[in-house]
Write a protein that binds this ligand. Structure first.
Ligand code: MG
Length: 174
């Protein structure tokens, strides 16, 4: 059974994951408008991953006999300066999410809730990847600058990303 404090914190995280999904979908829409379909694809995949994260948390709350209560999703930005700006904002956002996951872990420790701690381990590892990837694209885009061919090449590369269901959700499929 989840404590009320843990249940509330997990519900807040579910909302944050859906907000992340919404943010990345907005970034995808921005790139569609800019004619950068590879970037748009990459962020569309990112959107699906964040939705999956929310579902993983939801399933966990169900499994522990808790109650999921979906809250309104706050507005997101719709305009950015350029691709580099988008990835800088992505990194900033992921660093914020890392902090939130760490805080959830701290609550789980405080509550001696070992099941929640165990579930969060996957997210802690996932955040290392998220931050690393955003930083890599920041580095690439900084290098490319205004070079048209560089931008064309990276757009082609980002077009190849495909969605795969994250392991905790794939494993939980009935
Ligand atoms: Mg996430």
């Amino acid at each position: 059974m989840l404590s009320k404090k843990m249940e509330k914190a997990l519900n807040a995280q579910i909302n944050a994951e859906f907000w992340s999904a919404y943010l990345y979908l907005s970034m995808s829409a921005y790139f569609e408008a800019e004619g950068k379909s590879g970037f748009a694809n990459w962020f569309k995949v990112q959107f699906k991953e964040e939705q999956a994260h929310a579902e993983i948390f939801m399933n966990f709350v169900y499994d522990r006999g808790g109650r999921v209560m979906l809250q309104p999703i706050a507005a997101v930005d719709t305009q950015w300066e350029n691709p580099l700006h988008v990835f800088k904002e992505t990194l900033k956002h992921e660093q914020k999410v890392t902090k939130m996951i760490n805080e959830l872990y701290a609550i789980a420790e405080e509550e001696k809730d070992y099941a929640t701690r165990s579930m969060l381990t996957w997210f802690i590892d996932e955040q290392v990847e998220e931050e690393k990837t955003a930083q890599e694209y920041i580095d690439h885009l900084a290098l490319i600058g205004d070079n048209g061919f560089g931008m064309y090449t990276i757009d082609k590369e980002l077009a190849t990303r495909t969605y795969t269901t994250p392991a905790p959700l794939a494993n939980s499929a009935e």
